[in-house]
Structure formats: structure tokens, C-alpha cells
Write a new protein. Structure first.
Length: 259
């Protein structure tokens, strides 16, 4: 059984972490598979939306590391992150199509980081989010603290990261982390419905929105206005913009092609 299952449903690429008996810990093979699938999509784009999920009753229980493996990484972990997890985090954030995380159970440690790296987050009622790094004296990775500070503020981020204060799905929803709170067992169907909706939308517009969101942290107003100008110029020159304007004038639903 492959650690990562890569499937397509129309214009939606589905990436499934596939070690359900162990709640899908992020293995080396799984991480490299995700990087490969995302890079392939960048080189030969077919998908107009991406769904990241976990098989069975969990999303991702954290890094797949036994004691000897963890200790062997001392003195090496920084370089390994630069060529591994950091690459995956950037790909999820920068790939120019919407990425939706469907969390159907525990998302712990780097699993929470992966969920936070998605543009949109759908969770089932049984989902739980935890940064478990302090249990072994490690620091959070995968961009988790950076993203949490931006989304829910430093005080909440500190409670989650330092005190190991986990969040239920309802708590994550109440503090603004979720796009949608789905009934138990319905996270993936809800995420797929959202992905299909996005896949039928204006792909260039979504890519420009992702670019603006990513650049917004610490940007001045002038920086933001310059980027908006570039993004709007790109959008206005897309086929989707022409179709959207024509459809508006003709009082019909637009048929976007994602380009």
C-alpha cells in the first residue's frame, strides 16, 4: 500500500495520506510523494483545485519518527527541513490553484501544520488540532506558528504551541480557522463539493488572490497596491475575464476555463 494515494476527480487533484492504521503519520515517502505530485502539477497543470486529506479516521498524527530516527537527526534536521518540509510548505502555499484540507480526525504536530498550509480548511465534527512538539522538546515546523499568529493572533498561538492546548473542530471554527465545519464523516465530501465549485471558477483570479494573501504579511500599502496592479493586469488579460464580462453583459452564467 502506497503511503500517498494520488487520484483525480475531473479537474480536482486528491492527495490522500494513506497509513490509516497509524492515523497517517507523515513519512519520508509521503512527504516526497506530496512534493512530487505538486511539482508535477506545476510543470503540467491539469487540476483547478487540490484536496489534501487523510485515509480512515485521522488526517495526520504528526511526523513518522521512531526514537532512534529522531535522535539520529540531531545536528542534521535544519538541512533536512530546507530540502524537505520547507519545500512542501512553500509548494502548498504558492501553487497557483486553491488547496483545500479535509480534516476528518486528529491533525497533530506537522499534521496541523499541513492543514494550516491549505488555503481553505474543512473539518468534520470529530476533528482535533494540536501542536504536539513540546512533548518531545521540539519546536513547531511547517510554518504553523507563522500561520496561527496571522490567523488567530499571538496569544492564542502561544497557548496552542507552548501549552499544547488543542482545539476541537468547534473551537477551531469559532476562532476563524475553518472554512466549513462539516458533520462527522462528511469532511471529505464537503471539501470535494467546495473543490468542484472552485474548479469551475476563474482560475487566474484565484491564483492572483493566493499571491496577494501570501504577500500581505508585513507588506506596506504601497507594496500591496503595486502587487494589486500586477495581479489585476494579469487577470484582465485572461480568457476567464473576457468570458466573465461577456456573461455579465449577456445575463448568463459564465463558463470559465481556468486560464
Amino acid at each position: 500500500m502506497a503511503d500517498l494515494e494520488v487520484t483525480r476527480e475531473g479537474a480536482v487533484l486528491v492527495l490522500t495520506l494513506n497509513q490509516p492504521a497509524r492515523l497517517n503519520p507523515l513519512s519520508h515517502a509521503m512527504r516526497e510523494g506530496l512534493i512530487g505530485a505538486l511539482r508535477e502539477e506545476l510543470g503540467n497543470p491539469q487540476a483547478r483545485a487540490i484536496v489534501l486529506t487523510g485515509a480512515g479516521r485521522g488526517f495526520c498524527s504528526g511526523a513518522d519518527l521512531d526514537l532512534s530516527t529522531i535522535l539520529a537527526r540531531r545536528g542534521k534536521v535544519g538541512g533536512q527541513m530546507v530540502g524537505g518540509l520547507n519545500v512542501l510548505t512553500r509548494l502548498l502555499r504558492e501553487i497557483p490553484v486553491p488547496v483545500i484540507a479535509a480534516v476528518n480526525g486528529p491533525a497533530a504536530g506537522v499534521g496541523f501544520s499541513l492543514a494550516l498550509s491549505a488555503d481553505l480548511l474543512v473539518a468534520g465534527a470529530c476533528a482535533r488540532f494540536e501542536l504536539t512538539f513540546t512533548r518531545i522538546g521540539a519546536a513547531p515546523d511547517g510554518g504553523a506558528v507563522h500561520t496561527l499568529c496571522r490567523k488567530i493572533g499571538e496569544a492564542r498561538a502561544a497557548r496552542i504551541a507552548m501549552l499544547g492546548q488543542g482545539l476541537s473542530a468547534a473551537e477551531a471554527d469559532s476562532c476563524g480557522l475553518l472554512t466549513e465545519l462539516a458533520p462527522e464523516g462528511q469532511a471529505l465530501p464537503a471539501a470535494m463539493a467546495l473543490a468542484q465549485r472552485l474548479a469551475a471558477g476563474p482560475g487566474v483570479s484565484y491564483a492572483m488572490i493566493k499571491r496577494q494573501i501570501l504577500a500581505s504579511n508585513g507588506a506596506s500599502l504601497d507594496d500591496s497596491l503595486r502587487l494589486e496592479t500586477l495581479c489585476q493586469d494579469t487577470a484582465f488579460n485572461s480568457e476567464d475575464f473576457e468570458e466573465g464580462v461577456r456573461a455579465f453583459g449577456e445575463k448568463r452564467k459564465p463558463v470559465f476555463k481556468g486560464r
